[in-house]
Write a protein of this length. Structure first.
Length: 317
C-alpha cells in the first residue's frame, strides 16, 4: 500500500494486526536521475545513516498464502478503504492508497524487506531496527526498535516531533536532574516504547510507560529488552492515573482529541514545576489542545512543527 508519510504508522499498525511477521515502510522518493533506481536512492540514504522522508512511502505486510488468508483479503481491502476515507476526512491523514496483494516466493518474503528499512536520525537520537548496526558518534544515543510491532517507529512526523522534544530536554539538563532511584518520566500511550527508550538513553535514570493496548505493552517490553533497559523501566497496561503519581516529566504522543479528553489527568500526572511534552497534534487542532491544557492548569512554553503536525511543551506551575 502506498501512502503519504503522515499516514505510515497508522497504516502499519492496522496491517500488523493481520501480519505476525510485521510490516515494513520504505520511502519512495523519485530517483535523482534516470540511472538511479529506487533501490539505489534507498541504499544511499542507508549508507549516510539517514532516511528519506519527503516522498510517498510503501507499507508492506507479509502473510502466508493459505486459503484462510486469501479469504480475508477482500475484507481487509474494504477495511483499509474505509479507514482511508475516515483518515482523509476526519483525522487529517492524506494520501492513503489502495491495498494491493502480490504473491512472492516463500523463501524470500520473511527477510527480503529488511534490507530496505532505514536508520533514522533526530538530533542526537538514532533509531535503528535490530538487524542493522550503527556506530554512534560520541554525542549520539541509539534506540533499537523492532518495526511493525506497535505505533512508534520514528518515521511519522509525530514521533519525530516527540523525539526532537526529548533531545531538547536532554540538552537542557532535565534528564540529568531526575531522581536516580525512582521513575522521573512517564510515557502515556507508549506504543513501541520508542520515546521511553530514547529518554532513558538520553540520561533519564528510570521511567515508566502506559498503554491501553496489550499488543503495545508487549512490544514496548520486548524493545526495552533489546536495548538492555528492562531494569530501568516498567510498562503497565492501562491509562491515567498512574500509580506512581505526579512525575517531573510526562510525554504523550496522542491525537488531539485524546489529549483534550485526558487534559485534566495529564496535568495531574505532572508534578509542580514539571513538564509535559504533547505530540500527535494536527495543526488545526493545536489551539483546542492548548486551551484544554491551560484550563487544566498547565502553561504553554514552546511549540514546534513538522509539516501539518506539531508538538507542544507545557509546564505546571
Amino acid at each position: 500500500m502506498i501512502c503519504d508519510i503522515e499516514a505510515v504508522e497508522a497504516v502499519s499498525e492496522r496491517l500488523a494486526r493481520l501480519a505476525p511477521a510485521g510490516t515494513s515502510a520504505e520511502a519512495l522518493d523519485q530517483p535523482r536521475n534516470a540511472q538511479e533506481s529506487e533501490q539505489g536512492v534507498l541504499a544511499a540514504a542507508h549508507a549516510a545513516g539517514t532516511t528519506i522522508t519527503t516522498g510517498p512511502v510503501r507499507v508492506r505486510a507479509w502473510v502466508d498464502n493459505t486459503p484462510e488468508v486469501r479469504a480475508t483479503v477482500a475484507t481487509v481491502r474494504d477495511e483499509m478503504a474505509r479507514f482511508a476515507a475516515l483518515a482523509t476526512g476526519g483525522l487529517g491523514l492524506r494520501g492513503i492508497g489502495e491495498l494491493t496483494v502480490t504473491e512472492v516466493p516463500h523463501a524470500d518474503w520473511r527477510t527480503a524487506w529488511r534490507s530496505e528499512f532505514p536508520v533514522l536520525k533526530v538530533g542526537r537520537i538514532v533509531v535503528r531496527p535490530p538487524w542493522l548496526t550503527y556506530a554512534p558518534a560520541a554525542n549520539e544515543v541509539v534506540v533499537v526498535v523492532e518495526p511493525g510491532q506497535a505505533f512508534g517507529t520514528g518515521l511519522h512526523p509525530t514521533t519525530r516531533l516527540a523525539l526532537a522534544g526529548l533531545d531538547r530536554w536532554a540538552a537542557a539538563g532535565y534528564f540529568a536532574a531526575l531522581p536516580p532511584e525512582s521513575a522521573g518520566l512517564l510515557d502515556v500511550g507508549t506504543g513501541s516504547g520508542i520515546l521511553l527508550i530514547a529518554a532513558l538513553q538520553l540520561g533519564a535514570a528510570r521511567a515508566c510507560g502506559l498503554d491501553i493496548d496489550e499488543h503495545a505493552v508487549r512490544a514496548a517490553t520486548e524493545n526495552l529488552e533489546r536495548n538492555a533497559l528492562t531494569a530501568r523501566a516498567e510498562i503497565r497496561l492501562g491509562s491515567l492515573p498512574h500509580p506512581a503519581g505526579a512525575l517531573p516529566l510526562v510525554v504523550a504522543n496522542l491525537i488531539a482529541d485524546v489529549q483534550i479528553a485526558l487534559a485534566p489527568l495529564l496535568s495531574a500526572a505532572v508534578a509542580p514545576g514539571g513538564r509535559l511534552l504533547a505530540s500527535g497534534i494536527f495543526g488545526a487542532r493545536a489551539d483546542a489542545t492548548i486551551g484544554a491544557m491551560v484550563a487544566a492548569g498547565l502553561t504553554m512554553v514552546a511549540r514546534w512543527n513538522d509539516g501539518d503536525w506539531c508538538a507542544i511543551e507545557f509546564v505546571r506551575q
